[in-house]
Design a binder for this molecule. Structure first.
Ligand code: FES
Length: 109
């Protein structure tokens, strides 16, 4: 969100903890942003949903050990940092702060 040239981030409630089981993913939308939400054995992380290599949806990939495998060409990203771990992706994906309060998951965008 921009206001008079100043970037303002806001926390958005995007899901319930009970909606995303261990090692599952969920695509959520905040405004125009498509975001992939990950449950890494009880710890939640969020990144851009769109792979940095092409246009695949990372939330449709496979999550294991906090690493998401892109379903299209197999690039792997560390969801805690957004860094690509193998080709064909060479650029990181954006990560977002996540906060859990009770059963509610919030992302700062
Ligand atoms: Fe993800 Fe190509 S679109 S690796």
């Amino acid at each position: 969100m921009r206001s008079e040239g100043v970037f303002v981030s806001v926390w958005h409630r995007v899901a319930s903890v009970s909606e995303i089981g261990p090692n599952e993913t969920k695509r959520v939308r905040v405004g125009d942003e498509l975001i992939a939400l990950y449950n890494c054995d009880g710890d939640f992380y969020a990144t851009d949903d769109t792979c940095s290599h092409a246009e695949a949806s990372l939330s449709e990939g496979w999550l294991e050990d906090c690493e998401i495998t892109c379903p299209l060409h197999g690039a792997i990203f560390d969801v805690t940092t957004g860094k690509p771990l193998c080709l064909p992706a060479t650029k990181p994906i954006r990560t977002y702060p996540v906060r859990v309060e009770g059963d509610d998951i919030f992302i700062e965008v």
